[in-house]
Design a protein around this ligand. Sequence first.
Ligand code: HAM
Length: 427
Amino acid sequence: MIQRVRGTRDILPPESRLWANAEAQAQRVFGGFGYDEIRLPLVEATELFVRGVGEGTDIVAKEMYTFADRKGRSLTLRPEGTAGVARAYIEDGLAQWPQPVRLAYYGPMFRYEKMQAGRYRQFAQLGIELLGAATPEADMEILLVLHTYLESLGFEDLVILLNNLGDVEDRPRFVATLKAELEPFRGELCPDCQRRWEVNPLRLLDCKVPRCRQLMERTTPVAEVVSETAREHVAAVERGLERIGIPVRRAPRLVRGLDYYLRTVFEVVSPALGEDRVICGGGRYDRLISDLGGPQVPGVGFAIGEDRLLDVVPEAFRCRVLGQPLLAVLPVGSVATLDALRLARDLVQAGHRVQTEVTGRSLKAGLKWAGKLGASLALILGETEIASGVVSVRDLRRGLQEEVALTAAVARVGELLSAVDHEGERS
Ligand code: HAM
C-alpha cells in the first residue's frame, strides 16, 4: 500500500467544498479591493528564499524542500509566496505598471515542519501583496482587506496582534539591547535559543519554551528602541485602524519567522486555538525587492493559512456551504436514463446541485441511495412518467410526492427548495 507523504493530506468532499468556497470568497474580496491573482511557479531557485526569507530563519535553515534538478541546479518548493511575488515584480517588469501594484495568490506552500496539530508539510495560503506604497495608509488597506474577508466568513472572535519592528538601522541597536539584557541569563536559554543568539537574535523573542518566554517578557520591547519615523508610521496605522473600526491589539514581543519584515508586523490568532496557532501573518517589507537586486520598492502584505482558517471557520459558513441542497435524479429503466441526464443538465444550468443515478438501481434502491446522500428532492423518471411527459418530484424530508410536467420541472424544483428554505428560517 502506497501512502500519502507525511504532513500532506487528501481533502475529500464535502470538506473540499468548504475550501473551494473559502477561496472563491477570497477572490471576491481581494479582487474587489483590486488584488488580482498572480499565478506563480511552485518551484523556484533556492537562492531566492535564502536571500529573500533569510538564511538564519527556521524556514531556510531547517524546513525547505530543496533538491537538485537533472542539471544539478538547486531548486526549492516554495515555502511562502512573498519572495516569489518580489522576484516576479523584478523579472516581469512590474515597476513599469501604474503603482502601487496589487497582487493576490492562492495555493500550496511546502515546509518540512515538525509534525504537530495544525502544521502540515504541504499547506495552502491565501495572500495579498501591495507593492510600491510606503505609507501607513497602505498598511491600513492591507489590514482592512484581511478584516473584510474574515468578517465575510462570519468570524467575530479573531484577534489581530500588531507590533513595530522598526527600520533596518534600528535592528543593531535593538539586538544589542536585547543581548545585554539577556546576557546574565544566557546559560539558562534553551539549545535552540543558543543557536538563535548567534544567527538570528530577533527570533529569541519567539521561543515557546516556558523559561525562555519568562526571560523574554522582561526585555525591553522592540517598539521602544525604534526610530521616531518608524514609531510614527505604526502609530498612524493604529490610529487609522481604530477610526475605521478595525480592532488591533499591541503585542510588544511579536516577531515573525521571516527576516524581511520592517516596521509593521501582525498576526491573527483565534481564542479557540490559542496564540501558538496563527491563522494569518503579515507585515511590511521595504527592503525585500532591493535586496533581491530590484529597484527600491516598498511592500506590505499578508498570507492566511487556509488549513488553519478552515479548522476554526464559523459554523454558519460550514452550514451555508454544506447545507446547499442536493437533488437526486432517479431514472427507472435504461430509456429513462437519457431523459434523466437531460433533466440533470437543465437543473445544473439553473444553478442546482445534482447527482444522477447511473448504476441501474431499482427505484427502491435509488431512493435509499438518495437518502444516504442527504438529497432534499428526488426526481423520478419511470416509463409511465416519460410516456406522459412528466416527472415525479418527491420531497425526501417530508415524504410528499407530486407529478410535474417535465417542461416545468426546473421551475417547480426552485419553488419547492425555497419553500423548504423558508421553513428552515421559521423554525
Ligand atoms: P507565515 O507566517 O510564515 O508568513 O505564514 C502565514 C500563515 O501560513 C501562517 O500564519 C499559518 O497560518 C500558515 N502556515 C505557515 N506554516 C504552516 C504549516 N506548516 N501548516 C499550516 N499552516 C501554516 C508568510 O508566509 C509570509 N509570506 C506572509 C506575508 C505575506 N507577509 C507579507 N506578505
